[in-house]
Design a binder for this molecule. Structure first.
Ligand code: HEM
Ligand code: HEM
Length: 222
């Protein structure tokens, strides 16, 4: 009887200690760094994905001047540097509180950041090819659609970060409103740009078929 009670007591104690075993990877001596690191990480990533990258994409469409590519490239590289700083603080945070790659925010965030690291190179290749051919090609479509998708996913991931950190209701609402306004502006720009491209393609097709008909009628004329 006494042995059975002792066994039950031991199993209750082992069970009760499970959470601390699961948190064995938490770096307790660095826990005091969390508030500062979380603030820096959230602000830096939020500014990069919700302000800098979307604004840089709007800029290349709004500024239709010579040199707009370089204004866009420099501006986006600023966001890129912020993003790398955000990645470093995010990894440090994740290691301290054992939240590295065991939740959607850090896994999706890492995928987005890693893919975004190659985005400037794709943009650069597109630009070199465009200068050589004066035509948009595969690299243009990859750069444009890759960029649009990663920015959208980054904005969504910021919301997941706020949830993970248990941010205040006010903070989440401010993020949601700013992200919603920026998202709506970008969506309108994409719809406008794609509609303009389609019209230009239709115009070009009509012009070439008219020119073709003229050429054919000239050839048929004795
Ligand atoms: C992290 C860096 C970058 C990001 C996130 C980025 C993102 C984007 C996005 C989203 C667009 C499409 C805008 C739209 O929605 O219509 C775009 C267009 C463009 N980007 Fe970038 N970009 C980056 C770097 C660069 C670099 C380094 C260059 C060139 C050296 C470049 C050249 C261009 C050009 C020329 C276009 C217009 C393409 C067209 O005519 O359709 N980008 N970029
Ligand atoms: C698209 C990229 C990302 C964005 C926009 C982003 C944004 C955010 C935001 C806004 C927060 C809330 C901060 C707070 O309320 O104090 C947060 C939390 C967090 N992020 Fe990210 N993040 C990104 C990528 C990453 C990556 C790549 C990692 C790590 C590998 C990471 C790790 C974390 C962690 C661990 C927290 C929770 C902090 C806490 O519990 O206090 N994030 N993130």
């Amino acid at each position: 009887m006494i042995i059975k009670t002792f066994q039950t007591l031991v199993s209750i104690l082992v069970f009760a200690s499970l959470p601390s075993i699961a948190n064995a990877n938490v770096i307790y001596q660095d826990l005091h760094l969390i508030p500062q690191f979380a603030k820096v990480h959230g602000i830096v990533m939020g500014v990069a994905f919700v302000i800098v990258f979307p604004l840089g994409s709007l800029l290349i469409r709004a500024l239709r001047t010579k040199g707009s590519t370089w204004i866009h490239a420099t501006w986006q590289l600023l966001g890129w540097v912020l993003m790398v700083a955000g990645l470093a603080t995010g990894i440090r945070l994740g290691k301290i509180i054992n939240l590295l790659h065991n939740n959607t925010h850090t896994i999706l965030g890492t995928v987005i950041v890693v893919l975004m690291l190659i985005q400037p190179f794709i943009g650069f290749v597109h630009h070199r090819r465009f200068l050589a051919t004066q035509q948009h090609g595969t690299w243009t479509h990859v750069h444009v659609w890759f960029g649009r998708t990663l920015i959208l996913l980054g904005i969504i991931n910021g919301g997941l970060g706020l949830q993970l950190a248990g941010n205040t209701k006010a903070g989440t609402i401010v993020y949601g409103v700013v992200a919603g306004l920026v998202g709506a502006a970008c969506f309108s720009m994409v719809v406008f740009v794609e509609a303009r491209k389609r019209n230009q393609q239709v115009d070009a097709r009509e012009t070439s078929s008219e020119t073709g008909a003229e050429e054919r009628s000239k050839k048929c004329t004795p």
